[in-house]
Design a protein around this ligand. Structure first.
Ligand code: CTP
Ligand code: ZN
Length: 154
């Protein structure tokens, strides 16, 4: 395929590029990162773009935000083949593969409204990662397709 047929998505100056997301998963990536367009973050999303290696892929570029390791770990649950590129001054400064964690602590909120972690108790959330979902350590609720969202840092 000639490169003219590739969708061109601008390079970013500083921030994070989440690349090689399985086609169709970009919106989930945004949801899990709490990106819904209501704050000032500049985000570019490419869906079903051509990838030399993978046929089609999704890609998410977040200007001005470097994902931390906890956020990267959580992404592994829905985008195990993604590559996380930290960009500084237009250059890829760090490239990280996501690693599937055994336990996810303090970053996701439990969707069960009766869960102790959902009730302002000083207990941080903790999920055990299963093959096809996650189990809350406190209420045992199993979350699969609909992975809970990140705890709002406020
Ligand atoms: N990228 C970007 N803005 C920059 C630098 C890179 O948006 N200033 C994007 C590139 O478009 C690419 C990803 O970040 O989608 C990774 O960049 P790079 O490592 O240069 O590309 P590749 O070598 O193709 O990466 P990989 O081997 O992971 O496919
Ligand atoms: Zn719970």
């Amino acid at each position: 395929m000639s490169s003219d047929q590739h969708l061109r998505v601008s390079k970013i100056q500083d921030g994070t590029v989440i690349d090689h997301i399985r086609a169709g998963q970009a919106l989930k990536v945004l949801r899990i990162l709490g990106i819904d367009g209501t704050n000032d973050e500049q985000v570019t999303v490419g869906m079903n773009v051509s990838s030399d290696r993978h046929g089609r892929k999704d890609i998410v570029k977040i200007e001005g935000r470097e994902l931390n390791q906890d956020e990267v770990d959580v992404l592994s649950l829905i985008a195990p083949n993604a590559t996380i590129n930290i960009v500084r001054n237009y250059e890829v400064a760090e490239k990280r593969r996501v690693d599937r964690p055994e336990v996810v602590e303090g970053v996701l909120s439990c969707p069960n409204p009766n869960c102790i972690t959902a009730n302002d108790e000083p207990v941080s959330s903790r999920f055990e990662v299963l093959d096809d979902g996650m189990r809350c350590r406190y209420c045992e609720q199993i979350v699969s397709e609909d992975i809970p969202s990140l705890i709002d840092p406020e």
